[in-house]
Design a protein. Structure first.
Length: 445
């Protein structure tokens, strides 16, 4: 969501006559877009702002702004703490950035972190011709924002606000615009993306608000001419219904990959986290999804060291990871966030840092083995990648396949496979982090 918000801000500025700078030294406007999910990201912001004091004073007239979740969390306190910051904007106020930047250039400092329920915040200009995407073939598409779940560890409801869903017509219209611009893969975004439209449906006002059940929205987006792939992130396990599970069997454009956060494998910890499902519920959902799409690749989010987590709780997490067979996962040490119920528990039930670290290492060791085994099982199979550009290994094309795995091509001619192109390949080698493949002739229609 933050990456897409940065794209939205860049697009707005381009439409208001700004030009993208090649680097910070060339820029006269610099915006830091922030994340607040973990304390480490917040502390990194404060460190970066200290370093940016020299950037700000090096040339007269430079403007420094801060946006995103820490901005929403801290508001005008950032202006008081960091005099080099000229303006602050929250997650609901992206549309104000061009005006805030202009005003800052005239010496005005301001912070806007008001929560806005208006759908107007979703309606932004079409992509500017100069907007540079990392991958021109893939685009993010916001379908809803906010979260009403209030997990005990999570600050997102405070920084992103309550759930609000866009009208389906606006989403479909944006998808058509993106497809005409060469986009082949849509990534549907929301804090709890598969909760899309649920509040309207609960109030029997879906028709008035123009929303649909999420599975119906996916099916309609799949009919967009030019769209070959659809993904969605991040769903919440409790919002999967039979129609969404079935869509993975019957909508070929829906990629065989789901990032399905679980956070813990312990019922005691899940209860303390207020996740609203038990271990058995999660694994039952995994079985249902794999029955619908046997080749489904699952990835997840996992937290170790949640307040009160015992050795037995952690062993339950390890066993769930094995049973679910995650192809990959993002795992983190628990990080207390301000204003959350779990943050208060850290004072009395916190897990020692050394224990957190050893559990994280054990979990990541397990995941590395599962990932490598999953990759090795793919050797000799065929797939199709959406080229993103050059790989980290050097001048060779790289992209992602429908299972969201990074695939590097054996060829050293990136120009033959431009970013945004779909290339059929055969997997020839597996590594712990990616796959190596040979390009094939285009598959027949």
């Amino acid at each position: 969501m933050n990456v897409h918000d940065s794209e939205k801000v860049e697009n707005l500025l381009l439409h208001h006559g700004y030009l993208a700078a090649r680097d910070a030294d060339e820029a006269d406007l610099l915006i830091v877009n922030t994340c607040s999910i973990r304390d480490k990201a917040e502390q990194r912001l404060y460190s970066d702002l200290g370093l940016l004091r020299a950037w700000k004073t090096a040339l007269p007239g430079r403007v420094l702004g801060v946006g995103g979740c820490v901005a929403q969390q801290e508001g005008d306190r950032l202006l008081r703490r960091f005099p080099q910051v000229d303006f602050v904007f929250g997650t609901h106020n992206l549309r104000l950035v061009p005006a805030l930047a202009r005003a800052a250039g005239e010496g005005e400092r301001a912070a806007h972190t008001e929560e806005r329920r208006s759908l107007e915040r979703f309606e932004l200009p079409v992509p500017h011709p100069e907007l540079a995407r990392k991958n021109p073939g893939r685009a993010y598409l916001t379908v809803m924002e906010g979260c009403d779940m209030f997990c005990s560890f999570c600050i997102v409801p405070r920084t992103r606000g309550r759930e609000i869903s866009r009208p389906a017509e606006a989403i479909l219209r944006e998808a058509e615009t993106l497809a005409r611009g060469g986009v082949r893969e849509l990534v549907l975004l929301g804090q709890t993306v598969n909760a899309y439209g649920r509040q309207d449906a609960r109030r029997a006002s879906a028709k008035a608000h123009g929303t649909l059940p999420f599975a119906q929205l996916v099916r309609q987006l799949a009919e967009t001419p030019g769209i070959s792939r659809i993904r969605y992130t991040s769903p919440h396990p409790v919002f999967f219904d039979d129609d969404l599970v079935a869509a993975h069997a019957f909508v070929p454009e829906l990629c065989p990959h789901i990032h399905l956060p679980v956070q813990s494998g312990s019922d005691a910890v899940l209860g303390a986290m207020r996740r609203r499902y038990a271990r058995a519920d999660y694994l039952r959902l995994v079985d249902g999804l794999r029955n619908a799409r046997p080749d489904l690749a699952l990835t997840s989010d996992l937290i170790v060291g949640f307040p009160g987590e015992t050795d037995r709780d952690f062993e339950d997490t390890l066993s769930l990871v094995r049973e679910a067979g995650f192809v990959d996962s993002y795992s983190f040490k628990y990080s207390p966030r301000p204003g959350t119920p779990a943050g208060a528990l850290e004072l009395t039930e916190g897990v020692p840092e050394a224990v957190k670290q050893s559990r994280l290492e054990a979990l990541q060791d397990l995941q590395r083995g599962l990932t490598l085994a999953a990759h090795r099982a793919r050797v000799g199979t065929r797939t199709e990648i959406l080229v993103e550009g050059e790989s980290r290994r050097g001048a060779q094309p790289a992209g992602r396949d429908p299972y969201h795995r990074v695939v590097n091509l054996t060829t050293s001619s990136p120009s033959a496979f431009p970013a945004g192109s779909l290339v059929p390949v055969q997997i020839v080698e597996a590594t712990p982090h990616s796959l190596l493949a040979e390009p094939l002739a285009p598959l027949p229609d």
